[in-house]
Design a protein around this ligand. Structure first.
Ligand code: FES
Length: 168
């Protein structure tokens, strides 16, 4: 018979240490995973999203294009809808502008303010932008509309992540 008898105090110590360690691991694992998971997954920025707009249908007149994409926030995924105002500039280059007003984030529309035709108009505080997305001085927005990088694939327009206009 072994002389290594476990006293009541030792038994209680082992049990509490074991249960405490188990509970601590249970609490720490989600925290570690939350912190590390997005890093391990890598950056998805730079990915282009397909839009339903055919390149051949892009004209000089801005047209509103909706597209859907999967948004990943850590490990949570949701289906989102994005919008771009798309047209060809004088040089024939495709321009895709974010509709999000740079003042307080309302949505701009094209050519809806009768007093200021052929401009992007934000109805929230009467913000105005030129066709190329430049903000009109004297109206609330202090920066130009963000610009989507664009790409053509199989005859359709693809857009990247909207970014502040370069040089703004
Ligand atoms: S949010 Fe567009 S002008 Fe204020």
């Amino acid at each position: 018979m072994s002389k290594h008898r476990v006293s009541r105090r030792q038994f209680l110590n082992y049990t509490l240490t074991g249960v405490g360690g188990f509970m601590a691991a249970g609490m720490l694992m989600p925290m570690v995973r939350f912190a590390v998971d997005p890093v391990l997954k890598g950056e998805d920025a730079g990915d282009f999203i397909a839009t339903p707009l055919k390149i051949a249908d892009i004209t000089n007149e801005p047209q509103k294009v909706n597209f859907s994409f999967t948004q990943k926030d850590a490990w949570y995924e949701s289906e989102e809808t994005g919008t771009a105002w798309v047209f060809k500039n004088e040089g024939g280059e495709i321009v895709a502008l974010s509709p999000v007003c740079k003042h307080l984030g309302c949505v701009v529309d094209w050519n809806t303010d009768k007093k200021n035709p052929n401009m992007f108009f934000c109805p929230c505080h009467y913000g105005l932008y030129e066709k190329d997305g430049m903000n009109v001085k004297g109206t609330p927005p202090l920066a130009p509309l963000d610009v989507y990088p664009t790409k053509e694939k199989d005859g359709f327009l693809y857009v990247g992540k909207a970014e502040p206009r370069k040089g703004a």
